[in-house]
Write a protein that binds this ligand. Structure first.
Ligand SMILES: Cc1ncc(COP(=O)(O)O)c(C=O)c1O
Length: 418
């Protein structure tokens, strides 16, 4: 147990908040006073700047500017501009990243591009525990191609290197596991995939804005990620894609829409792909949602990502140690790696009644989430999570378990979204 990280009093937690260089960032978010919010890995909270930007975009740009705002307010450039902001956070060149579509749709486009770049190979390697949409998109594409491709799934990350072979077209992984928070070594696995001639596609849904990334340094081929989690772009915010410059011009993506055309407003009957990664755009961008994400990303401009990582690990270390100190009867099983080098920015525990426990926590103002079949998941988002949140959440979890509050009938009812 990491006893040195354990928070034993609220005063001690407050003292740590007092020393936190990122603490002033919290004032940028509209967080309710009576809520301990540990679910920014599912939905980031509302930044005040987004509210102001929405008012401007709706009233002035749409209301008054009307169609002129595509040019005058720069709507047309939003996918590129927002992509460039994200590029800084993931260690990629600005021109390699665009905001567009959902993560699922971007996965389809990039999976298709990757398989076309390795036409003689038939295997996609991934993990059985990968996020389902990643696996579904690969399965759907394989069925549609009908050329004998196979999705080879490993049960344990340690089996990935051995699964790579000279028939592997693509290694497709989620960098930080959505259930456990375990983080892969992106550079090492990308290198191993390249050694057998395969390409890599990384899902950064739980990494972008959570941990420092260096896609260029790791020589990553393709990546996708979410806008609504750590990037705080709002519910259903646009996602992003990354295409290494060496591949950008090599392939026409399958969803060849007019926004990926070299000259959309020439209205030519024949598709001609735009140069570079812009060809992976598809249709008209959702301007309101893009503007919200753009404003949310402005908050990141001066954030030191090393300080972010240091605080993230301090928060997750403190949470693990405080929970284990407060709830020592072993009813909770930690599934997040204790090794900081292997941990993203969340902490997950198994509990046989995890759904009901989470409902009881939410009823007491501590919001995390549940992932089937038995996982309590808590996200730590250093822009606004405080050490007092760690202390309060651990105290509340202990109270729920001690009083068996989760056994009440109302906490057994499953909602659609968990
Ligand atoms: C790893 C991962 N990939 C993808 C998604 C979601 O993709 P989409 O934005 O298409 O819903 C999630 C959502 O939680 C996720 O955790």
């Amino acid at each position: 147990m990491m006893t040195q990280h354990r928070l034993t009093s609220r005063d001690q937690a407050q003292a740590r908040d007092g020393q936190d260089c990122l603490a002033p960032m919290r004032a940028h978010f509209a967080l309710p006073d009576d809520i301990t919010y540990l679910d920014g890995n599912s939905l980031g909270p509302l930044p005040h700047a987004v509210r102001a930007r929405m008012t401007r975009t709706v009233n002035a740009e749409w209301g008054q500017g009307l169609i002129r705002s595509w040019n005058d307010a720069g709507w047309i450039d939003l996918p590129e501009r927002v992509g460039a902001r994200i590029a800084r956070l993931i260690g990629a060149p600005a021109q390699a990243v665009f905001a567009a579509d959902s993560t699922s749709v971007n996965l389809f486009k990039l999976l298709s591009a990757a398989l076309a770049l390795r036409p003689e190979r038939r295997v996609i390697v991934s993990e059985r525990g990968n996020f389902p949409t990643d696996l579904y998109m690969a399965q759907g594409l394989i069925t549609q191609l009908d050329r004998g491709h196979r999705l080879v799934l490993v049960d344990d990350a340690s089996a990935i290197p051995a699964a790579l072979c000279d028939d592997t077209a693509l290694l497709m992984l989620t960098h930080v596991d959505y259930r456990s928070g375990a983080m892969h070594d992106m550079a090492a696995l990308t290198h191993q995939a390249h050694r057998v001639g395969a390409l890599t596609l990384w899902d950064l849904a739980h990494s972008a804005g959570a941990v420092p990334l260096d896609l260029a340094g790791a020589d990553v081929d393709f990546a996708v990620g979410c806008g609504y989690k750590y990037l705080n772009g709002g519910p259903g915010a646009p996602a992003f894609f990354h295409v290494a410059e060496r591949h950008a011009d090599a392939f026409v993506q399958p969803l060849a829409g007019w926004f990926g055309h070299e000259a959309p407003f020439a209205f030519e009957p024949q598709y001609r792909p735009a140069p570079g990664a812009a060809r992976y755009l598809c249709g008209t961008p959702p301007v309101l949602a893009m503007a919200a994400l753009d404003a949310a990303l402005e908050l990141w401009e001066d954030v030191d990502l090393d300080a972010l990582r240091a605080k993230s690990l301090a928060l997750t270390d403190a949470f693990i140690a405080t929970i284990e100190g407060a709830c020592p009867d072993r009813v909770l099983e930690l599934i997040t790696p204790r090794d900081p080098a292997r941990r993203g920015s969340q902490v997950s525990f198994r509990h046989p009644q995890a759904y009901a426990v989470m409902q009881a926590l939410i009823a007491r103002g501590v919001i995390g989430d549940f992932r089937a079949p038995d996982i309590l998941r808590f996200g730590f988002t250093p822009l606004y999570t405080r050490f007092v949140d760690v202390f309060d959440a651990a105290k509340t979890l202990r109270a729920v378990l001690e009083t068996r509050a989760h056994e009440r009938p109302e906490f057994q009812i499953r909602a659609k979204v968990t």
